[in-house]
Design a protein around this ligand. Structure first.
Ligand SMILES: CC(C)(COP(=O)(O)OP(=O)(O)OC[C@H]1O[C@@H](n2cnc3c(N)ncnc32)[C@H](O)[C@@H]1OP(=O)(O)O)[C@@H](O)C(=O)NCCC(=O)NCCS
Length: 238
């Protein structure tokens, strides 16, 4: 199944890996992307990467510019690992996430965007990562009934991942520097002097892409002040 949903100013696409890989845009994946796919040891990781890139090309040609063919999009990647469209579309933001049997892409024509998707079903190996939570979030989570904790933790996690991607920092930002308040209108705040002007708009939802069901976090970032020249977060070594 391929799901397309509008969340605020963002268009989100999500698909099972099989459905993404059957899109016409699969033929548009570049030589560079195919080379990168070969670097993955597991076939599942390779399929997740190719699904994300296929869905991205499909989404960009469908939502941003119908006159740009799926194979005409070219991408660059910055020192934090954030991919962007090469060329002169500074307002265009996109973000990719994949997990299990699903890939998702979020596209905004006006702002930087971050997306994260996680399967709601918990497997035996998955633990709540308490250290990524602020004291306030940890207190909130510990008050919830045990059978509801995983789902609530996924709300925190997908929100923080989406923020890290919208800010373009990925692994470089400590997750306890991102404060999330859950509720009907969830909010995200970055506790860092480098982002005092950052306005993050957070949405949390669920998607039924297949029988599993997924939690989705989407964040847009109106970048009023750019990352300072002396980067506050160490660039991850590759
Ligand atoms: C790498 C990271 C971006 C997401 O990785 P992930 O959850 O393994 O994978 P996802 O599928 O959700 O996202 C991967 C996509 O993120 C994107 N991405 C990578 N670095 C990025 C960055 N700096 N900014 C924005 N997006 C980025 C890429 O598009 C990538 O997809 P691609 O390789 O197919 O192009 C990063 O946020 C991460 O690993 N976070 C976990 C950090 C953590 O564990 N913190 C400690 C908590 S206590």
């Amino acid at each position: 199944m391929i799901v397309q949903e509008r969340i605020g100013s963002v268009t989100v696409w999500a698909a099972t890996l099989a459905d993404a890989l059957h899109l016409d845009a699969f033929a548009a994946v570049s030589v560079d992307e195919l080379e990168r796919a070969k670097e993955y040891n597991s076939l599942a990781d390779r399929d997740r990467f190719l699904s994300g890139r296929t869905l991205l090309r499909h989404a960009l040609s469908q939502t941003v510019d119908h006159t740009t063919a799926e194979d005409e999009w070219t991408f660059e990647i910055d020192r934090y690992g954030k991919p962007s469209v090469a060329g002169h579309l500074p307002q265009l933001g996109f973000s990719i996430s994949h997990t299990g049997n699903c890939a998702t892409v979020a596209v905004s024509c006006h702002a930087a965007v971050g997306v994260d998707i996680e399967a709601r079903e918990r497997n035996d190996k998955q633990e709540i990562i308490w250290e990524c939570l602020t004291p306030c979030e940890a207190r909130d989570l510990s008050r919830v009934a045990e059978h509801q904790q995983w789902d609530r933790f996924l709300s925190y996690w997908t929100a923080k991942e989406a923020c890290a991607k919208a800010l373009g920092l990925g692994v470089a930002i400590p997750f306890d520097a991102i404060g999330i308040t859950l509720g009907a209108s969830p909010t995200a705040t970055v506790h860092s002097s480098c982002f005092t002007d950052a306005e993050l708009i957070l949405a949390l939802t669920t998607l039924e892409v297949d029988a599993t069901g997924y939690r989705l976090g989407v964040v847009t970032h109106e970048q009023k002040r750019r990352l300072q020249a002396s980067e506050p977060y160490p660039v991850p070594s590759s």
